[in-house]
Ligand binder design. Structure first.
Ligand SMILES: [Zn+2]
Length: 366
């Protein structure tokens, strides 16, 4: 789940507005209908012929987590199957060719401008990526990358986001002592809102995830059981890795914010995960996604040192140039149809670039 939205990593559908834009940071807290109106307006502007050519990108990497048949029953934390299917159809209609990450990188490297490429990626290794999304991708012949933290198939992952969701689903009154808040949430709307608030609080400091263990324990919530329920196991991953459309990538051992660790520990998180996955699937593992998208120049070097060839972030954006940094690849996260169209129009990145230009004062004027 994953930096932007740091706020909602691993609870995909609620998030993925652009952290770098003040307007869209504000929009994170807005009513979804208001957000979609903004996205809709932005996409209409971005799709005007005058902007289309100027904002044209070469490729885009999509970031998904869970693909849910019934998003309401999971407190709207993933991507609905309808939005997922719509996205793939829309990409094809708009002339985006769905390719594997390897092929995308290879074509960009040789500056192949014949087509525009879209890559599908899934973080964390959720079961529904296979049970729900895979049949759709098979129909579309769409390759995909699944980034897997070791703790998911080994069931040791401290998946606080799953525990928190189960907590709000199973209780109408929830006390989070560490946050000093009590939530009365008997309906869907209040549960979604409470879950979002606590999730944002953890994303401000990931060590807070461990502060939730007492309430999980009190409520009889076992993260190991949730891991078993929601993540693919080792046997399933081995099978998936042999699927002609699938690639398996790294996502660290325990899914920490790498930037919060010392260098030795952060490198071990990446390298051990790569070794584990290569041993499990008996294939090379060349690509990694930073957990929570927490990365900077040091993590980029560590990813390279650990033997990866690319690393994806949760920074929102498309790929414009063949001279890109392979260890800081942006991705596109979407929460609705208007969000998809706005993101893919490039208008949000255009506004962001303009804002930077407006506020960066040249050396000579300082
Ligand atoms: Zn993740």
């Amino acid at each position: 789940m994953n930096d932007f939205p740091p706020a909602m990593h691993c609870v995909g559908g609620l998030a993925f507005l652009d952290r770098s834009s003040a307007i869209f940071r504000m929009a994170l807290h807005m009513n979804p209908i208001v957000k979609d109106c903004i996205y809709y307006g932005a996409s209409r502007i971005g799709e005007l012929p005058v902007f289309r050519a100027r904002l044209a990108a070469r490729a885009a990497i999509f970031l998904f987590h869970e693909i849910q048949r019934d998003a309401r029953s999971e407190l709207m934390t993933g991507t609905s199957v309808a939005l997922f299917e719509y996205s793939l159809n829309w990409l094809r209609q708009e002339g985006w060719v769905l390719v594997s990450l390897d092929e995308c990188i290879e074509r960009l490297a040789r500056n192949d401008r014949s087509e525009r490429y879209a890559v599908l990626t899934f973080d964390d290794g959720y079961r529904d990526n296979v049970s729900v999304a895979l049949p759709i991708m098979e129909r579309q012949n769409a390759p995909f990358m699944m980034y897997v933290p070791t703790g998911a198939p080994t069931r040791s992952l401290q998946s606080w986001w799953l525990g928190l969701r189960r907590l709000f689903l199973s209780r109408d009154r929830v006390s989070i002592d560490a946050l000093g808040r009590q939530f009365l949430c008997s309906d869907l709307r209040s549960k979604i809102s409470a879950l979002a608030e606590v999730t944002r609080w953890v994303h401000q400091d990931y060590r807070r995830g461990a502060m939730l263990w007492p309430v999980f324990k009190e409520s009889g919530i076992s993260l190991e059981k949730l891991n078993d329920e929601y993540f693919l196991d080792e046997r399933e991953l081995r099978t998936l890795a042999r699927h002609p459309l699938a690639s398996i990538g790294g996502h660290s051992t325990s899914h920490p914010a790498l930037s919060s660790l010392d260098g030795v520990s952060a490198l071990a998180e990446l390298a051990d995960n790569r070794d584990y996955l290569e041993d499990l699937v008996q294939l090379p593992v060349r690509h990694v996604a930073y957990p929570y998208g927490a990365c900077g120049p040091r993590e980029e070097k560590l990813a390279s040192q650990a033997g990866f060839q690319t690393a994806t972030t949760t920074r929102q954006g498309r790929l414009y140039d063949h001279k890109l940094n392979p260890f800081a690849l942006p991705r596109i996260g979407i929460s609705s149809r208007p969000a998809l169209r706005a993101r893919m129009s490039g208008i949000l990145e255009g506004i962001q670039a303009l804002a930077k230009r407006r506020y960066i004062v040249p050396e000579t004027q300082r």
